[in-house]
Design a protein around this ligand. Structure first.
Ligand SMILES: [Zn+2]
Length: 318
């Protein structure tokens, strides 16, 4: 299941200077423009297609990760570990690669993490990037492994990255789709079987084992360039921060719930969005629907050009 952790850099986050009223919705969002920008438009939830056979879905879409990632951090009081899971838009500079390699995903203790972030921020600043990294932030590029030959133009690599072909990217650009950007990815492993071929799915306890069972290309780059399609807007950044409920026993140091109730994650969702959380872009990640949402511009692009590798469901805006 796609969790909304991979979102654009924090330029979409409201700056501290913006005012909020009692509802917590920033004034800049909750205004008459919300009415105006939604008028006459339709929106659709944009998801990976359901494969009857989970292993077939993995065989076609593969798996991806950003190896260069700021370590997680541990709260000194409650021992919870944190990560934003946010994808940054910049390539990891060589000096930061050297700093990250020995640490892996961590986690690091609170104070050590703060010191580490200061050092990384200083290197990034010296290379012209004025950002403050957070625990779990992921640098470009994305790495991709697929057990079959990528024959489509749209892919949903687990755990939730959207990948497009060169042609798919040019289509989104020609249509002037607002709200996404494309970053070249690295192909680590590519299978030689076709996506419709039979593959050894029997007795497969973990689809990742497929990489030991199928033939792989000697040079994965032979299949051409692919791109991570990074959605720039996450509507959770427009909403007030979620506080743990009192019965979840929030930690007095970090504010995280000690016993978070995650049962809600699996509840089916009504496909309804308030106008205030429909930004003026053609594609965004919705914190309410916990998925990507696209405008009718993207919906018609997908249907006209037969980008079948996705599922679109109409969202009601109110
Ligand atoms: Zn804590």
């Amino acid at each position: 299941m796609r969790m909304l952790t991979e979102v654009g850099e924090r330029s979409t986050r409201p700056s501290p200077g913006r005012t909020r009223d009692a509802t917590g919705i920033p004034d800049t969002v909750k205004n008459e423009r919300a009415e105006e920008r939604c008028m006459g438009k339709q929106y659709w939830r944009f998801e990976r297609p359901e494969h009857e056979d989970y292993n077939r879905g993995f065989f076609i879409n593969g798996t991806s990760h950003h190896p260069m990632c700021i370590p997680w951090v541990t709260c000194p009081k409650c021992d919870n570990t944190f990560s934003t899971g946010k994808t940054l838009r910049i390539l990891c500079p060589g000096r930061v690669v050297e700093m990250l390699r020995p640490l892996g995903k961590g986690p690091l203790p609170w104070e050590q993490h703060a010191e580490f972030r200061r050092e990384v921020d200083a290197v990034l600043r010296s290379e012209g990037h004025d950002i403050q990294v957070q625990p779990g932030d992921q640098f470009q590029p994305l790495h991709w492994e697929v057990p079959s030959r990528p024959r489509q133009d749209l892919f949903w690599a687990s755990p939730g990255d959207i990948i497009v072909s060169e042609w798919g990217k040019s289509l989104f650009e020609e249509y002037g789709v607002g709200g996404v950007e494309f970053h070249p990815i690295v192909l680590d492993k590519i299978g030689t079987l076709e996506p419709w071929d039979e593959f050894p799915s029997e007795d497969l306890s973990d689809p990742i084992d497929l990489f030991d069972m199928v033939p792989l290309l000697d040079n994965p780059e032979d299949v051409g360039q692919f791109y991570e399609m990074l959605v720039q807007t996450y509507t959770g950044d427009m909403a007030p921060p979620q506080r743990p409920r009192p019965d979840e026993d929030p930690c007095s140091f970090c504010g995280q719930a000690r016993n978070p109730d995650l049962s809600w994650v699996y509840e089916p969702l009504p496909l309804v969005l308030p106008k205030a959380y429909v930004p003026d872009v053609d594609i965004f990640d919705s914190h309410i629907l916990r998925s990507s949402v696209v405008s009718d511009k993207v919906e018609s692009l997908v249907r006209q050009h037969r980008l079948e590798q996705c599922r679109l469901s109409r969202v009601r805006i109110e």
